[in-house]
Design a protein around this ligand. Structure first.
Ligand code: ZN
Length: 150
């Protein structure tokens, strides 16, 4: 049972491939992201990292996530200004988000086709098109659910 060791090795190789020096804390942060392949917020990552006794500060986690994003190891996904998550899947894909439950899942890139993109000035090219499909429970008729946040 050497899977833990080989998992660690593949994480350090992955960091190196992206031009990131694999320090202990970067390794733990990357392991948290790539073992789960989930969309996690910086706060969730901080909690999970410290569960592993990495004793990373909030600043270290935020700085590391910024580095990972700059090196295209992860994608930053801004759902709204109060909800930013890190996506270990950097291949093209879209997302479906439940605004009521906060549930977020991937949609394969080829299942959505965006038509009518505007013509771009010659000096610009499209980097990518991200779609977030925002859902909520169907409201039957005019029935109010009576939910109120405050
Ligand atoms: Zn995703």
């Amino acid at each position: 049972m050497d899977s833990d060791h080989s998992a660690r090795q593949s994480v350090s190789e992955r960091l190196r491939r992206h031009g990131i020096t694999p320090t202990h804390q970067r390794m733990v942060i990357a392991q948290v992201l790539f073992e789960r392949m989930e969309h996690l917020s910086a706060e969730q990552i901080l909690l999970l990292v410290n569960e592993r006794h990495a004793e990373a500060s909030k600043a270290t986690v935020y700085n590391t996530l910024r580095l990972f994003r700059e090196k295209n190891l992860v994608r930053e996904l801004v759902i709204d200004p109060s909800k930013v998550v890190y996506d270990p899947n950097t291949a093209p894909h879209h997302h479906i988000y439940n605004v009521e439950t906060g549930e977020l899942a991937d949609i394969p890139a080829d299942s959505i086709h965006v038509a009518g993109l505007p013509a771009l000035p010659p000096e610009l090219e499209t980097e990518r098109v991200d779609v977030i499909v925002r859902t909520r429970a169907r409201r039957s008729g005019a029935k109010s659910s009576g939910h109120s946040a405050e």
